[in-house]
Ligand binder design. Sequence first.
Ligand code: CA
Length: 113
Amino acid sequence: MKKMGIALIALCLMMTAVLGVASVSAAEVMYGDVNGDGKVNNKDLAALQQYLADWDVEMDMDAADVTHDGKVNNKDLALMQQYLADWDVTLEPDEPDIPDDDNIYNDTELVWP
Ligand SMILES: [Ca+2]
């Protein structure tokens, strides 16, 4: 009986650890909000332009990488300009590929070779 109790406690601790890890999500990044004021506008564009011109500007590098390629460069600037000019572009990354309950990724069944 004592062993059963210990096993139950161990199981509870394991579940807590698993659920705890699962509930930790990535910090929310507002893509395009380069200066971190909660808005995406020409001030962010200006900050990005200054950064690319080697000015000493403080900016959120994660938010500035709107092309999500791990670099902050003229491609991000171009996308920001298009976004602010109301082109049909998005600054957010594509939806992550999360399987549903049946292990279906974006309506494509996962098939192991
Ligand atoms: Ca901003």
